[in-house]
Write a new protein. Structure first.
Length: 201
């Protein structure tokens, strides 16, 4: 068995120790920023992919909206064509009841295309007719109010009556319906929307 006292250096040996024989202390090298770790490459690729995907979706939305946006002039042309088809059906023998229902829906759709949905969608009865008169007065600069006076019964009551209702008296509707067509044509061709130049259909 070895003597444990032999492992302890003597004072003479300690006095003769030369520190220059020790090796220098080497610190670890600084971590380099390049090349980045694989995780950073993956994260960068995901971010780039998300940016490209969001740009592509935005492009598709703009393209879709551009297809649905038409000028005021084009909108009026489409409205006049649709009105002409309703008038043609009436002249070909469509009933007054069916024609009035079509004109009522047509006026609502045309108004929605020209004005804010919030200000049109909730209007009923007399408020709706006054709204149409205001649009017409803007178009013609007159205050004769034909929708709320001359055509009030046809537009506010007739669409909800049966076809054999006295409202659809043949002699009466034969005079009123052509006049209503003419007023609507005036509204379409003359009305100018005050704010926006383009409209969604």
């Amino acid at each position: 068995m070895s003597d444990p006292t032999q492992a302890v250096p003597s004072p003479a040996a300690i006095a003769q120790f030369d520190p220059s024989i020790l090796m220098d202390i080497h610190l670890p090298e600084n971590i380099s920023l390049w090349p980045p770790a694989y995780g950073w490459w993956i994260l960068s690729a995901v971010i780039l992919l998300l940016i490209l995907l969001s740009y592509f979706i935005s492009y598709l939305k703009r393209r879709h909206c551009a297809k649905k946006t038409i000028s005021a002039k084009q909108l009026k042309m489409l409205a006049m064509k649709e009105l002409a088809l309703i008038e043609k059906d009436y002249e070909a023998g469509a009933s007054a009841h069916a024609t009035i229902k079509q004109l009522s829906v047509f006026l609502r759709r045309f108004s929605l295309s020209q004005c804010d949905r919030e200000s049109v969608a909730s209007l009923t009865d007399q408020q709706w007719l006054v709204f149409l008169d205001n649009m017409l007065s803007t178009a013609r600069d007159k205050q004769d109010k034909p929708f709320s006076k001359q055509f009030a019964e046809l537009l506010s009551h007739a669409p909800y009556q049966s076809a054999d209702s006295p409202i659809f008296n043949k002699e009466r509707t034969a005079e009123q319906i052509p006049a209503l067509f003419n007023i609507i044509k005036t509204l379409i061709t003359s009305y100018k929307k005050p704010a926006k130049e383009t409209h969604h259909v």
